[in-house]
Design a protein around this ligand. Sequence first.
Ligand code: ADP
Ligand code: MG
Length: 406
Amino acid sequence: MAVRPARDIWTTALGSLQTEVTRNNYETWLKQTTGLEHRDGKFVIAAPNAFVATTLEQRWSPLIQKTLKGLLREDVEVAFRVAQANGTDHEAPTNGHAAATHSGNGAHTRPRIRSAQLNPRYTFDTFVVGKSNRFAHAAATQVVQNPGVAFNPLVIHAGVGLGKTHLLHAIGHGVHANGLQYLYVSAEQFTNDFVTALREGALEDFREKYRTVDVLLIDDIQFIAGKEASSESFFHTFNDLHIASKQLVITSDARPKDMPLLTDRMKSRLMAGLVADIQPPDLETRMAILGKKAEQAGVRVKQDVIDLLARRVVRNVRELEGALNRILAMSKLTNQPVDLALAEQAVADLTALAPKTRRSNPNQVLLTVATYYDLDLEDLTGKSRKKGIVLPRQVAACRRPRTNCE
Ligand code: ADP
Ligand code: MG
């Protein structure tokens, strides 16, 4: 098959994968990939560099394979190649050696932590306001009009895929348009940045960078909780900015008081500003969002299709968007009109894919917790009384089905 269908197939697969993995994982590993070639049962995916290609190969192959199988209705062998998005190779296919070379020198492969780019599509104009997000939206627009004054910090919390990052980027665009300096960073990046600065003896630069902006936008603060040194550093950054009346906006997956790993003093700082939540959108808002997304994609989607999607995909907006993208790509791929039959098929496919991949595997949970806290798996599961092991054990135990941690 030629390059074009591979590209379209992969776009559809990405729509589906987007609903299967966390946003951070999606943005880090999948977002910049392209479908390069689909031939003789082999599907080649282009990655922007060797580090991403190898990570995809080692970590994400099974999920990718399964997703492609669901779409193509046949087993495919998946291969990754370092290539530009337009398909031009600029390196040989990756292997473990390439990964070792690259990860051995992180400075080349991992971006230096600067302000992550704002998504140009995440603006106030493209954000649909409904009952579920009206308050958070109003608070966000207030912050743009009166940064450092109105609500400081502003904490936006919600479950996944409900528009936290979208609103945070919209604030970034807004303050930038007003000539202010902003820094947008995920809490995970903040932590990495801090650790790198610590390792390279560049803490002064780190402080300078984070403490000299007008508006600091931190996404997914829950990733900082429990990491002591980073939390401490964040706390001081926070205080410095706050004292200087600089605006902080923070998103989180839970309200601060319900975040078990956050220190009490951090909780009280976060709650001293304004805490706004976003709830799952009601039917009317879901329909409006779909209409807006279709409009952005430059396609006309009939009301009955929008209606069906909005009624069937209820959990979060990312899934809703994923379903729409899937239908649009399927229609392009198979030359079928975007109609109810296609919508039914796409929704059924999504439902079939969802439960199996979402169930968390206890071993995977232990591994994730061990990696997160930089521990050996044996320490986590064994009888070791090493300092600092209690909390990770509790976190891991909270994920076990028998334990009632909530
Ligand atoms: P979160 O950060 O809460 O996990 P995101 O901000 O990444 O969620 O939103 C997921 C997707 O849903 C994005 O593509 C975003 O544009 C879209 N989205 C969420 N809420 C809205 C909304 N109210 N209007 C338009 N798009 C939305
Ligand atoms: Mg987000």
